[in-house]
Design a protein around this ligand. Sequence first.
Ligand code: ZN
Length: 240
Amino acid sequence: MPTAFVILSLLAALVPGASPEYVPAAVPSSSEYAAAAVPGSSSEYVPAGDEAYDLDLEVGGYVNGAMDSDRLMTYRSCTLERDAAYMYALLLEAAEADGIRFSPVDCYRSYGNQRAAYNRRCPESEVDVYAVDPMTGERAPAGTKTVRVCTGPPTARPGYSNHGWGRAVDFGDGSGVLGCNDRALRWLQGNAYRFGWVHPRWAWCDMSTREPWHWEWAGVTDPTLVGYYEFNEELIKIIQ
Ligand SMILES: [Zn+2]
């Protein structure tokens, strides 16, 4: 039996809802979550840990942007970390049942690809530096320095993007990345958490750093379990 199949079978046994019936019976509806977890503010549900879960990968010795190919899986041309990929596949299946068809624009990014993206978005440029003469008060050239000037949506430095862990997807609808008014985005806001996928707060549409397309895998489908995944230094010491 191939290893990947064994892993998937194990996952299917462990993850609620990871059976052919993808709707987890025990998970409350999205409206119940919204009411309980985000009082008054928004219909978008965000678990306590609203970003990609990567502690297991770090502890396992994996390197951001240099993920072991054994740990990556490609599903419909989107390469992701194995666990994230599995739940991503279930998410797509559920979306299609609701008439939403996603096409990913970006999934796993190698360190080199992230560096290229960062350099494109935040190119280095030389700027003149001036110093004020304490005697005369005049400004005089004092050499140059190199700075990075970033434009557009935020791009993580190489080695720091959750795309480098294979646990982030930039969702598209076939004609580019998702926009803030897209029906497909509303579907994600109401359903993605059921598959462990979350929208980090900085990427919401009410933020200047908005990236409606950027979603991350938080490692759990039951948001009440998110607390277990918080960084615990004592636990890390024991594991090491
Ligand atoms: Zn992204």
